[in-house]
Ligand binder design. Structure first.
Ligand SMILES: N[C@@H](CCC(=O)N[C@@H](CSS)C(=O)NCC(=O)O)C(=O)O
Length: 236
């Protein structure tokens, strides 16, 4: 889906081992930027792009403490010393700034509002751009899916309420950008997910039953990713 917001540069980047999307958002005029969910393995690629575009990244933002890959924010801070790492205070992870529901992150003339969307993990947040133009849902809401709820404080009932209250209340044409897609889909809209998401269109009781019986294998990198992500992806 082509997205053009006046004065906004947006790049959706992909990391193939964990099927993770990383997003760079920048003010085209001031060049102030943020990067959402960078992955350790692709930090050099992302920093090269950031430098090529002449961007000044203020914040390296995580949607949550990931279990399937190591965050790139720690390594990126070493390469971009002006960048501050950001994550929810409820994640239990180290970062330069801990955000919470209602906080606003500004870059140039643009802003990201923080909405708490726990259920996949306690510290999951969704970032909403410019009053609902687009949202970055992390693993809370995926395209035609949602984050699993079988580890890291997972709670299907809480996830159902989070998505219905904090994401499905956004404008129907708000573009949804998730942290992953395993089928090559890149974005969706609030209306599409409200009407077509096979999990979240169920009743809460049916959703809880489904999520408690997904039977997914654990992510391959979980044992190294979780401890590393609690220290921003870099050992001191
Ligand atoms: N096979 C992947 C892990 C796939 C997975 O479990 N994805 C998570 C998000 S990352 S913790 C998830 O919530 N999936 C929901 C679903 O329905 O698939 C790997 O080994 O990394």
């Amino acid at each position: 889906m082509a997205t053009k917001v006046e004065g906004l540069l947006l790049r959706q980047l992909f990391e193939g081992a964990s099927f993770t999307y990383t997003y760079i958002l920048a003010d085209e005029a001031t060049k102030e930027a943020v990067i959402i969910d960078p992955v350790l393995e692709t930090v050099e690629r992302d920093v090269t792009l950031i430098k090529d575009l002449g961007l000044k990244v203020l914040y390296g933002i995580n949607t949550h403490c990931h279990a399937d890959h190591i965050t790139g924010t720690g390594k990126m801070k070493q390469l971009l010393p002006e960048m501050k790492s950001v994550i929810s205070g409820k994640s239990g992870a180290k970062a330069d700034q801990h955000i919470q529901h209602g906080d606003v992150i500004k870059f140039g003339r643009h802003k990201l509002e923080v909405r708490s969307t726990p259920g996949h993990t306690d510290g999951c947040v969704t970032y909403v751009l410019n009053d609902g133009v687009m949202c970055f849902t992390g693993d809370a809401l995926l395209i035609r899916g949602c984050g699993r709820t079988d580890f890291q404080q997972g709670d299907p009932s809480l996830l159902y309420d989070s998505v219905h209250k904090e994401v499905f209340s956004l404008p129907d044409n708000c573009i949804v950008y998730p942290a992953h897609d395993y089928k090559g889909l890149m974005s969706s809209t609030v209306l599409e997910e409200k009407t077509l998401n096979p999990r979240l269109t169920k009743s809460k009781e049916e959703f809880v039953e489904l999520m408690n019986n997904l039977g997914l294998p654990y992510p391959k990198q979980i044992d190294k990713a979780l401890p590393m992500n609690l220290v921003c992806g870099i050992q001191d």
